[in-house]
Design a protein around this ligand. Sequence first.
Ligand code: SPV
Ligand code: MG
Length: 553
Amino acid sequence: MAAKPRLPSPQPERQRRSTRFRELLHSPDLEFLLEAHNGISARIGEEAGFKALWAGGLCMSAQFGVRDSNEASWTQVLEMLEFMVDATTVPILLDGDTGYGNFNNVRRLVRKLEQRGVAAVCIEDKLYPKTNSFIDGDKQQLADIDEFCSRIKAGKDAQRDDDFCIITRVEAFIAGWGLAEALRRAEAYHAAGSDGILIHSALATPKEVLAFKREWADRSPVVIVPTKYYATPTEVFREAGFSLAIWANHLLRAAIPAMQECAATLAREQNLRSIEDRVVPVKEIFRLQGASELQEAEDRYLPRQGRDARVVVLAASRGSALGELTADRPKAMVEIRGQPLLAHIVAAYNAAGIKRITVVRGYLPAAIDLPGLAYVDNPDYADTGELVSLARALAAPDTDGGDLYVSYGDVIFKRYLLDTLAEPADDFVIVADTDWSASVNRERAADYVSCTEPHSRHAFYREIWLTRCAEDIAAPGRHGEWMGLLKVSARALPRLRALVAGMAADPAHRRAKLHHLLTELVARGEKVRVVYTTGHWLDVDSLADVLAAGRFT
Ligand code: SPV
Ligand code: MG
């Protein structure tokens, strides 16, 4: 079963990782560390149940694509460790190579590791730059014992957390020296303050490490890396009393043939079919990254406006007054400044972070084909009004989820008007243009509003409510012109749906417009909040409007 996604440890850990590492080091049982070389492999290792991880130099340099010869700088290693620490909760033992220099480099390393939450470091008694132990091991030069002890002492003096461990790695067997040299070095490192000895061997049998452990006994914990003597039963290590066994490179070695095979197959077959069943679905990557935690956090922290909001754009009518311009396309697709009207409307919503948009089509539906939109058709557009189109849209699942914005397909507006609509938390909100005189002399009908009070500076702090919306409201009751923008809260959406469906089913409302709906809402006791603004919108009804829209900036 898939593990629960988890944010890299936002809660305080019960115990410091350094303390847990020290406990593992001193536990009477043989404990296991798995290699990890980046954040995702570290998380995979922890999920598999490893109580601690080995940030190995070989695999970390390999994942960077460089050699295990200090080609990656120690700060690059540190950067990667930070990701690994963030991706996990278990202690990480860094393979710190030789300590990246002398005593001074080691003490700075220790401080930095503590700051980044790394539990422990292992340093080996060779010279900088190091070479991997399995490459010409016997040609490798060991560090001077006293000089290496100065690295250990400086590291121990530098640590601020008493539980931070410095493991010292004895390379005497690797370099072709015998048991006596290994013991002499281990003794000196122990005296210098080392917390445990990693005894390394490149033999195919555990002969050397077992001989060391017999002589060393329990002076301090002993760590092994059985890469070459892999065939040895684990029971042998347990009986010998080793403290930690490190599986030092196996995640990367497992990944390499999988990647090689995948790459070769894709290069050969030039399609994904045969590979799909052999790779994890991308959702497994998301899980390992903790993507669902981020989604929950977005719900907690991000402003809701726009994220779940839906839009219905009513674009069913032809717009006959535009003549030839709408012979082959509906009005919503007439171009203004090189873009269909509808594209301007979509852009305004998108700019406000709203992307779930359903367009109701009627006249020449195939001509409305902008990408990324949902479409609902009203085939009866020619003898029905906007209310029926809205009813069709509200019956579609796309309009469910968050607040709903209703817009006309021939009204363009400045994006800030959406913020104006979004701000009040009321169930129904409309914007009304106080400069209604701009429409008075035009031939088309306008939707006027009558409100609880007219616009005035004194009304700035007061909430204004709709009392009626109609084409025939005369002055002085005419307080503004409705711009055709309506916001309905997610809470009120079921009520709107029921009302619209009921009205649309009534033949008396077959040609009803949206102002009928607004007036009906008020008649039913719903409060429709009115926000007064001035200008910054344009409805496109005539050729003169098309020209004016071209100048709309
Ligand atoms: C590593 O994993 O980087 C080690 C172990 O140091 S070994 O490769 O065996 O040297
Ligand atoms: Mg190494």
